[in-house]
Design a protein around this ligand. Structure first.
Ligand code: I3S
Length: 126
């Protein structure tokens, strides 16, 4: 995975296309808005930018992440009852953001769960 412009020094651990929606922002419920995003796990952050037809680069028209989630103190679990979609993971940040991430590929979502869980535990004491 390429490094992002906002975190050029740390290599990214995992990247790929995910469907993503926020369901809570600053502790308040928000309306779902599923979008396909280029997701990068880097340092203690999960970064998202609009996916460019399956592109694998930050560069071009979207050189900055659209939004990011700080995974320090976050939690992740399978979301059973929050969507009609399959393979949905729920990420809750300490800042009161809740996200759903999803793809049709179950193996890919198991990999995201493994990688994000590792990031959360690596940064648990920060
Ligand atoms: O949890 P919900 O309200 O059933 O989520 C669905 C809605 O966000 C829907 O949009 P509207 O707000 O225009 O009804 C989306 O199109 C659906 O994808 C959402 O459900 P899923 O089960 O796909 O997460």
């Amino acid at each position: 995975c390429p490094s992002s412009p906002t975190h050029p020094s740390s290599p990214s651990d995992k990247c790929g296309i995910l469907n993503v929606t926020k369901i809570t922002e600053h502790g308040k419920k928000v309306r779902k808005n599923w979008t396909s995003s280029w997701a990068v796990l880097q340092g203690h952050s999960l970064l998202f930018s609009k996916s460019q037809g399956g592109g694998t680069s930050w560069f071009g028209s979207h050189s900055q992440p659209e939004f990011s989630v700080d995974l320090r103190g976050a939690s992740i679990e399978w979301a059973k009852d929050k969507s009609s979609k399959k393979n949905v993971l729920e990420v809750k940040s300490r800042m009161g953001t809740e996200l759903l991430i999803q793809s049709e590929n179950e193996n890919a979502m198991n990999e995201w769960l493994r990688a994000i869980t590792e990031t959360i535990s690596t940064h648990a004491w920060e």
